[in-house]
Design a protein around this ligand. Structure first.
Ligand code: BG6
Length: 310
């Protein structure tokens, strides 16, 4: 049941601290501050690259994962939406891991891509929420998200659980490939274990966010900007606004702003900038200032350090 919530989507957004924590516990040994020995039954040291595919929100989770696997584990990732992947006839190496991301485990294009990779002789791993699904059954290995049933059509808690699994797997791969030290592993595991607490804090901003949303609900177009891992999050933000509010939105890599879309920015175009205080912060803030100079109404999503630093 929806409990005190207005709809399932709201309920599922509020479940995030709990289900992220539950999911992370499947991959992380909190007591020792390390990746669990049984986190990934894949020898990532022998994997030459990852061929990844998914649809919609699950695709954007995979796109964030690409940044993590490449940086932490020095493992290249090819990722494409499954409706393209399945017809691309891309050359695949048998030493690659085929990785799929799906809440339901039933999405037709993702399943077809999975079957294609299986036929090509690749090991198939799937990050999946429904353990009894077709994709789960047909995979060599499943990496479960423990988000519980997701009733809302637009994925929310499944997305953040997919990110939790992808981050954990990237750390596990980095460990196996010797691209991170024991100390770095501990640091990353510590940071991951703090996510449920941060999610709880973020949810406390709900009434503040609702005020902003009320204004946003009046506009016709909106732009989301981000760099690095925040770029797929900008794409996901735009998808959510389109799917839920029927407001036209686009997600852009902040650095691409000057190559066209800046011309569209004026007082009627809110620009939602995703810029926590990370390695991309300064650059994104300078793009944000360009948008502000064009009169765009800026909504900055950042953290405490970013709030003081911009
Ligand atoms: C879409 C949903 O139609 O399917 C998205 O609206 C979802 O929220 C996408 O991400 C893919 O679904 P699945 O079950 O494969 O993750």
């Amino acid at each position: 049941s929806k409990g005190n919530h207005r709809h399932f989507m709201e309920k599922e957004i509020h479940e995030q601290p709990e289900v992220i924590s539950h999911t992370l516990a499947n991959y992380l040994d909190f007591a020792n501050g390390t990746i669990r020995a049984d986190a990934a039954p894949i020898d990532f040291a022998k994997v030459d690259r990852i061929a990844a595919s998914a649809c919609g929100t699950a695709f954007y989770a995979g796109l964030v994962g690409k940044y993590w696997f490449e940086r932490i584990a020095r493992l290249p990732v090819d990722i494409d939406v499954a409706s393209e992947f399945r017809y691309r006839e891309m050359p695949l190496s048998k030493d690659s891991l085929a990785l799929f991301v799906s809440q339901s485990g039933e999405t037709a294009d993702t399943l077809a891509s999975l079957r294609y990779c299986k036929e090509q002789g690749l090991t198939v791993g799937t990050i999946v929420n429904v353990k009894e699904s077709t994709m789960a059954r047909e995979s060599d290995t499943i990496f479960p998200t423990l988000a519980g049933p997701e009733v809302g059509v637009a994925s929310t808690k499944a997305f953040t659980c997919q990110l939790s699994v992808l981050a954990s797997l990237a750390v596990a791969a980095g460990k196996m490939r010797g691209t991170i030290t024991d100390q770095e592993e501990r640091q990353l595991v510590r940071e991951l274990s703090e996510i449920p607490r941060y999610a709880t804090q973020a949810l406390k901003l709900e009434s503040q966010i609702e005020g902003i949303s009320r204004e946003l609900s009046q506009v016709k177009h909106a732009l989301y900007l981000g760099r690095g891992t925040n770029y797929p999050l900008a794409l996901e933000g735009a998808l959510k606004l389109k799917e839920i509010s029927y407001i036209h939105a686009e997600g852009y890599a902040a650095g691409e702003l000057k190559h066209g879309p800046i011309a569209l920015i004026d007082e009627s175009m809110p620009v939602i900038v995703i810029a926590p205080h990370d390695r991309w912060f300064e650059k994104t803030i300078s793009n944000m200032q360009e948008a502000a100079a064009r009169g765009g109404k800026i909504i900055l999503i950042t953290d405490e350090t970013g709030r003081c630093g911009q």
